[in-house]
Ligand binder design. Structure first.
Ligand SMILES: *Cc1c(COP(=O)(O)O)cnc(C)c1O
Length: 378
């Protein structure tokens, strides 16, 4: 499995050099991951969840790449994201997961977006909107099988069997969301599957969507008609219990601004949280928590320099990170350090920061230049 190739200095446009850090997003890898996920369930269609600016990778570039790969259905969280997605995808089916917030109906209609309706109130409001528009306005119905977050409780969804409100509200998709998909042995997965099967049986003829990235790997009964992966498209491991079947997508690199040697007893960074026990070589990277690299990884994360693992020392600053490059003798001013990429995949970085890779991706900063690889470029 090949990661995004690193781009040598000579290939960089001038705008890539105006900030000391660079995010590279491999669009070809995203398309390949979408195909791999779809191949797990040949009888289902595969959608793409591109909320939070396509998990920090940039919706405006990611969405057309997925469309070109054959993806036709997209999910976002907010109306604003739906409007951006519609601008990038004039013909796609776009669902807004957070549903119908009060007063947003006309804007959803204006941008040809489908709300994922999550309550009787939302259903009635959307049906009324369709009536006044004089045409069918498609939407999805979210059924809550355990999250207690969004969606109609199972008994309410069952009680709506045969109710004309379902047709009036244009329900074109029934969906629910897994509580613990990444814990493949958790009995709640089977309970949710059984509840969702009952709801689907009560509403024959309406397609169903059940599986997020990890849910796809729970096997056939989890597949239904439409897969809803997000994280795995962007290189996150949908199967934490085994090796990552996805291609890596994101590479985050920062340049070394300065290198210095400290003697035993010296400290570095705010509040002197690290102290040298012996002479060490330190490098200061031109990137900090304002670039989306989590401050919680202070003293725990690492970067790769010339293939060597270099620990992050002391507290991460807003714009700077201090590395111990004693084991990377080639590190000099201008050398590039990898913070995400190669052995440091997003799941590993998430663990180092006491969080999950999802938060690392969605927190990726907007300050540095994003470099997109399409598979055709160098
Ligand atoms: C975010 C989200 C997804 C995608 O989940 P991943 O774990 O990122 O694959 C699917 N469905 C719903 C309802 C979501 O909120």
């Amino acid at each position: 499995m090949r990661g995004p190739r690193s781009v040598s200095q000579g290939d960089l446009a001038i705008q890539d050099l105006t900030h000391g850090a660079r995010l590279t997003v491999d669009l070809a890898a995203i398309a390949e991951n979408w195909r791999r996920l779809g191949a797990q369930a040949p009888d289902a269609a595969c959608a793409a969840v591109v909320k939070a600016d396509a998990y920090g990778c940039g919706l405006a570039r990611v969405a057309p790449a997925l469309w070109a790969a054959g993806c036709r259905t997209f999910f976002v969280a907010h109306l604003s994201e739906g409007i951006s997605a519609r601008a990038a995808l004039p013909e796609a089916t776009i669902y807004v997961l957070n549903g119908l917030l009060p007063g947003l109906g006309p804007a959803l209609v204006a941008h040809d977006l489908r709300p994922v309706l999550g309550s009787g109130e939302e259903l009635a409001e959307w049906a009324a909107l369709a009536e006044s528009a004089g045409r069918r306005l498609p939407a999805a119905l979210h059924v809550d099988t355990g999250m207690n977050r969004l969606g109609l409780p199972v008994p309410e969804a069952l009680a709506l069997a045969g109710d004309p409100l379902i047709a009036r509200a244009g329900i074109a998709l029934l969906m629910t969301h897994l509580v613990s998909a990444e814990l493949s042995g958790d009995p709640i997965n089977a309970r949710q599957a059984a509840d969702f099967a009952r709801v689907r049986a009560a509403h024959p003829g309406i397609p169903g969507s059940f599986a997020n990235s990890s849910g796809i790997y729970l096997g056939g009964p989890a597949h239904h008609d439409l897969l809803r992966p997000g994280y795995a498209l962007f290189g996150g491991n949908p199967t934490p219990w085994k090796a990552n079947p996805m291609r890596p997508v994101v590479r985050l690199e920062a340049q070394i601004a300065q290198v210095r040697t400290v003697s035993a007893g010296e400290t570095c960074g705010y509040n002197a949280r690290w102290r040298a026990a012996e002479p060490r070589r330190l490098a200061t990277l031109s990137m900090g928590y304002a670039d989306g690299y989590p401050r919680a990884a202070s003293g725990r994360g690492m970067a790769l320099v010339d293939g060597a693992r270099c620990p992050i020392l002391g507290l991460i600053s807003m714009d700077l990170i201090i590395l111990d490059v004693t084991d990377a003798p080639g590190a000099v001013r201008g050398t590039s350090a990898t913070l995400i990429g190669d052995a440091l995949d997003v799941d590993t970085v998430g663990r180092a920061a006491g969080t999950i890779g999802y938060e690392i991706l969605t927190g990726l900063g907007s300050r540095y230049v994003r470099h997109y690889m399409t598979g055709h470029d160098a």
